[in-house]
Design a protein around this ligand. Structure first.
Ligand code: FAD
Length: 507
């Protein structure tokens, strides 16, 4: 895909924001036959959607907040998404050690029973008790944790999930304009007249409807939209994560209960890292500036050190990231951790007026359902839209659903047997059934062009640039992949040099 230019024709829908909710809505809209444009001021998934804990989950702890509807919907979505993108989403078992001083075992058992049954679980195995006195899952834990439970959820590559949704939107005819900022809009003759800008280059476009899916910026956009009033509240809540050197030697994750009733995850990541998160801190300020504080680092390290035999110290920290949740503020007095993770819409525009639909809150897990609801909400303004279609539709790279993935892995291992194992497995997970489009008919490593460290080849960068809107080394190494955690500084500089020397073809 080239950088992209907007069309001179009137769009049916303009979506602001290339996070998971914006691309999900653009995909749904384009697939219903509506002429759709999405503008993203930076790279796709450059904000909250790449800062998550990367779980496609019901959210066990939300049961305690009586969010049964949210948990049920999320669990239903978990299986729908697992089928749609089995390369990017994978089942993960969580060990929940029982802790005498916190929630009683009967309450955990009840919660896990509900978690197992609420969403009509079909693909994932059920909860079971685990003995932590013996075996590898208890080995890294302190001796006082003798028993616990093990339950199912899924993890995902959050940023790539955004990219494949944008790809699908584009394949259904949407214009996806990255590095394009929404500047302003005014209503005239039943249409929105909109100013967008790519760098200094401004362009005017027209659309019948605007969807404001700007995440943490959703309310600040109201200042630029004539006649629009922010009718709902937004609470920004910072969440930080830490990557440490691997803290245990198996493939399952841990969910730890903390004294303050929050939970902290320790999730195996890549080949030799553990992802620890997250915090919940009220946040004011520019969402792009969010960064982990010393207190958050201490909080996370203390939380996991209560469980692991070996204390986890700042020396174990390899990297960190922080993001801001744009939560819908239902004006309750709840603490940051308890603010609802459900979403809400605000539709403005009366009879004969062009509508403005703003999206508040949500989770990565519920983006498809959110998109579907957004389109239903707009239906009275865009009555010609086609029916809903995303429930059974695979995302780019997915094809035969979760069950087909194992056979495909075996086929790819044999076809691209010349690749180092780690690189091959990473690429199968990243591109799924589209891997042959990335690697083509290559029969040896030389066919893939320049090698950037043992992991990354030029063929992959070309694909990221031409098909996935990657424009910089950061796009490629932080969001299309997580190779920034693996490549040396020198190798990363070489990738930067490649992007400088190989810009995309002009639109
Ligand atoms: P964003 O991803 O922030 O996208 C909004 C986009 O709008 C941005 O890319 C921004 O650049 C763009 N934009 C803003 N203004 C303009 C403009 N003027 N012009 C053009 N573009 C503009 N959910 C889960 O389901 N599972 C989890 O494990 C999970 N963990 C989380 C952990 C943390 C710490 C956080 C912060 C969130 C977590 N979430 C999780 C929630 C989930 O990540 C968010 O709900 C989701 O990513 C929000 O997506 P979004 O599209 O609304 O916002």
């Amino acid at each position: 895909m080239t950088q992209g230019k907007a069309s001179n024709q009137t769009y049916d829908v303009l979506v602001i924001g290339g996070g998971i909710n914006g691309v999900g809505i653009a995909r749904d809209s384009a697939g219903r036959g509506l002429k759709t444009c999405l503008v993203e001021m930076n790279d796709l998934a450059s904000a909250t959607s790449s800062w998550s804990t990367k779980l496609i989950h019901g959210g066990l702890r939300y049961l305690e907040q009586y969010e049964f509807k949210l948990v049920r919907e999320s669990l239903v979505e978990r299986e729908i998404l697992l089928n749609a993108a089995p390369h990017l989403i994978e089942p993960l078992r969580f060990i929940l050690p029982h802790h005498k001083g916190l929630r009683p075992a009967w309450l955990l058992r009840l919660g896990l029973y509900l978690y197992d049954t609420l969403g009509g679980r079909r693909l994932l195995p059920p909860t079971r008790k685990v003995d932590l006195k013996t075996g590898i899952y208890g080995m890294p834990l302190k001796a006082e944790f003798a028993r616990g439970f093990e339950y199912s959820d899924c993890r995902a590559d959050d940023a790539r999930l955004v990219v494949v949704n944008a790809q699908d939107a584009a394949e259904h005819g949407a214009d996806i304009l990255t590095r394009t900022t929404f500047k302003s809009a005014r209503r005239e003759d039943g249409l929105w007249h909109i100013e967008i800008a790519q760098g200094r280059q401004k362009q005017s476009i027209a659309a019948r409807a605007i969807v404001n899916a700007a995440g943490p910026w959703v309310t600040s956009l109201f200042d630029t939209i004539e006649g629009a009033e922010p009718a709902k509240g937004l609470r920004l809540v910072k969440g930080s994560h830490i990557f440490t050197k691997s803290l245990f030697d198996h493939e399952k994750a841990y969910i730890f209960q903390h004294k303050d009733k929050r939970v902290v995850f320790a999730i195996p990541y890549g080949r030799d890292l553990t992802l620890i998160g997250t915090t919940d801190e009220p946040y004011e300020g520019d969402p792009s500036d969010a960064a982990i504080s010393e207190e958050e680092t201490t909080y996370l390290l203390n939380a996991v050190s209560q469980y692991f035999k070996r204390p986890v110290t700042p020396d174990d920290v390899v990297s960190t990231y922080s993001g801001v949740r744009p939560l819908f503020d239902d004006l309750s007095k709840d603490t940051a951790a308890k603010v609802t993770r459900d979403y809400a819409f605000d539709l403005q525009g009366g009879e004969g007026e062009a509508p403005l639909l703003s999206v508040y809150g949500g989770k990565l897990t519920t983006y498809r359902k959110l998109a579907l609801d957004a389109m239903q909400t707009l239906k009275k303004h865009l009555p010609e839209m086609g029916p809903s279609w995303t429930r059974e539709a695979p995302l780019p790279g997915g094809r035969t659903g979760y069950a087909g993935m194992a056979g495909f892995r075996i086929e790819m291992r044999s076809r691209y047997g010349f690749l180092p194992e780690a690189a091959r497995e990473r690429m199968i997970s990243a591109y799924g059934f589209r891997l042959p489009k990335v690697l083509g008919n290559a029969v040896n490593r030389e066919d893939l062009g320049t090698a950037f460290g043992g992991e990354l080849y030029e063929a992959e960068l070309i694909y990221m640039r031409d098909v996935e809107w990657a424009r910089t080394a950061e796009d490629a190494l932080n969001r299309r992949s997580k190779l920034y955690l693996i490549l040396s500084e020198e190798e990363q500089q070489a990738v930067k040099g490649w992007f400088d020397a190989n810009p995309p073809a002009p639109a």
